[in-house]
Design a protein around this ligand. Structure first.
Ligand code: SF4
Length: 338
């Protein structure tokens, strides 16, 4: 088995808003191998985006943070590494795709000059060669008439086209890993499906690894090899995507899946969302942080934090729950007909 290209070990991030501190990410570990997709899933505020951006020095300006533990790219430690070194790794080794391409592009510069920038900086191409590379990349991501569109400004492209252009920009320096943070949230359903399909196709063709960050567990099926579900800054379930989606153990994973409409749902059908809201991370206390929303909660849930441990009935699947509903259901004796 190949070595991980990106690997987190006991990763923690504290944020310092105007008052106090928020432990936004706590003891998170995962690994991503070449050619694989790991999906990090959780509601907004679960820590998934902070976890992937803070160690790489990509939090918005003015957000003060303290990162502990380890994040390694091809064995090279990024936590505590000087900014210039991290910038080199980011540019040449890791490409980023964000939710809102409009705010990621400079509105005053033509699309082509932004797409070819990583190739100019990190691959040392001449301006002419970089421009040809930008046309090639934009064509590769399915932007029709790329030679003409390269000279357009970002606002002249549709949302789907801008997202394709951002994917082209992420690919410009031939990265080993793409981090896609909610890459389709701002798009309509048809364009969403096209962009996800494009990401999968590029991952296969270019042999990259993909770290997919999403609040929508529905997009994980068919895309991810592995999934890590995050709640209140911690991983609460982790394992092969097929196993976790088919037989979820953690009540939070079960809740996320129950709120996804099945593909054959009739228009207007209502679905049960998760009750309640995520906890305030500045006020998290002892016990399981999910207990206020959990239908399975028992007494120890109020005082003891459940460890992430193997789910005995499922190979490679781990879950942080005192009850382990999957194990309980598995051990339930079959009902005997009277
Ligand atoms: Fe629910 Fe308790 Fe499991 Fe937390 S530990 S998810 S409260 S059953």
């Amino acid at each position: 088995m190949s070595a991980p290209v990106l690997e987190a070990e006991d990763l923690g991030v504290r944020l310092y808003p105007s008052a106090g501190a928020v432990h936004a990410v706590n003891g998170v570990s995962w690994s991503l191998r070449p050619g694989r997709t790991l999906a990090i899933v959780g509601e907004s505020g679960s820590g998934k985006t902070v976890m992937s951006l803070a160690p790489l020095g990509l939090l918005p300006p003015g957000v003060s943070s303290d990162v502990t533990g380890s994040l390694k790219f091809e064995g090279r430690e990024l936590v505590g590494t000087p900014d210039e070194e991290r910038a080199r790794v980011r540019g040449a080794g890791i490409g980023f795709i964000f939710q809102d391409p409009l705010s990621s592009f400079n509105p005053m510069r033509r699309v082509g000059s932004q797409v070819d920038e990583p190739a100019l900086i990190h691959e040392g191409l001449s301006r002419r060669a970089a421009r040809e590379r930008a046309v090639e990349l934009l064509s590769m991501v399915g932007l029709s008439d790329a030679r003409r569109r390269i000279d357009m400004y970002p606002h002249e492209l549709s949302g789907g086209m801008r997202q394709r252009a951002m994917i082209a920009m992420a690919l410009a320096a031939s990265p080993k890993v793409i981090i896609a943070d909610e890459p389709t949230t701002a798009l309509d359903a048809t364009v969403q499906a096209q962009i996800l399909e494009l990401l999968m196709e590029l991952r296969e063709r270019l042999g990259m690894a993909l770290l997919l960050i999403t609040h929508d567990i529905g997009v994980v099926a068919g895309m991810a090899d592995d999934v890590a579900v995050m709640y209140a800054g911690r991983i609460v379930e982790h394992g092969p995507a097929r196993a976790v989606l088919k037989h979820p153990d953690h009540p939070y994973t079960r809740g996320l899946l129950a709120s996804v409409p099945p593909p054959d749902a009739l228009p207007g059908t209502r679905f049960r969302g998760l009750p309640g809201t995520p906890p305030d991370l500045m006020a998290v206390t002892a016990g399981c942080p999910f207990r206020e929303r959990c239908a399975y909660a028992i007494e120890p849930c109020a005082t003891r934090r459940p460890p992430l441990e193997p789910v005995t009935v499922s190979r490679d699947q781990r879950s942080a729950c005192h009850v382990h509903p999957l194990v309980v259901e598995h051990d339930q004796p079959a009902e005997v007909a009277p």
